[in-house]
Design a protein around this ligand. Structure first.
Ligand SMILES: [Zn+2]
Length: 203
């Protein structure tokens, strides 16, 4: 079973081929510069690719006794819209019972849809397409606990190595651990020194 999890190199090849991993000179809304950018929905637009990635991530969860022993009474939860295809794919592979996703309201607050009630949410696995800082996971963990549910797993297709590797006590699984190069300002950016044209990214 373990051998069916594709290597990080194989996953990166898939992300590059689909346009989800991009090399260039990018400026984030925070003002940070980077020579790399992930636009993960570009990988998940292809059904077969989406399925391969989600099944691979699901295998990492199935290896955890605390998770496999509780199936199918598990909820797979996405912190945001980007994680929804991951959540559906992981749910399919695990045959778990529930899916939830959080969204940002107009005021920026992350919430579940109204009428999701305390006590209804199974022990949960939180999954996302990419973990850049871990903030989305932490906010979602708070929501989950407010609903009285426990977190038994967490993972993403890609995790930046600068992000936390645990969500509370739970280790974060990822198919790729990516060492992202981020420059806090243009002064520090190698591509700026070479006057490379910039692309502004929205997330
Ligand atoms: Zn730059």
């Amino acid at each position: 079973m373990v051998s069916l999890i594709p290597s990080p190199d194989t996953v990166m090849q898939t992300l590059t081929r689909t346009g989800a991993f991009r090399v260039g000179h990018f400026v984030y809304p925070t003002g940070k510069h980077s020579p790399h950018y992930f636009q993960m929905p570009l990988a998940f637009r292809y059904y077969d690719t989406a399925r391969v990635l989600a099944v691979a991530l699901s295998r990492k969860f199935r290896l955890e006794r605390d998770i496999s022993s509780q199936l199918p009474k598990i909820a797979v939860i996405s912190p945001s819209s980007g994680g929804i295809p991951v959540a559906f794919g992981v749910r399919d592979a695990l045959s778990s019972e529930q899916i939830y996703w959080a969204e940002r309201e107009a005021d920026g607050k992350r919430m579940f849809r109204q009428y999701v009630n305390q006590g209804e949410v199974n022990p949960c696995i939180i999954v996302d397409d990419i973990i850049r800082t871990g903030h989305a996971l932490e906010e979602t963990a708070t929501l989950v606990k407010e609903l009285g549910a426990t977190i038994i797993g967490c993972g993403a297709i890609v995790r930046f190595t600068s992000a936390p590797d645990h969500l509370e006590d739970v280790p974060i699984k990822a198919l790729v651990e990516f060492d992202a190069h981020m420059y806090d300002t243009a002064d520090l950016c190698n591509d700026c020194k070479e006057n490379a044209p910039v692309e502004h990214v929205r997330f």
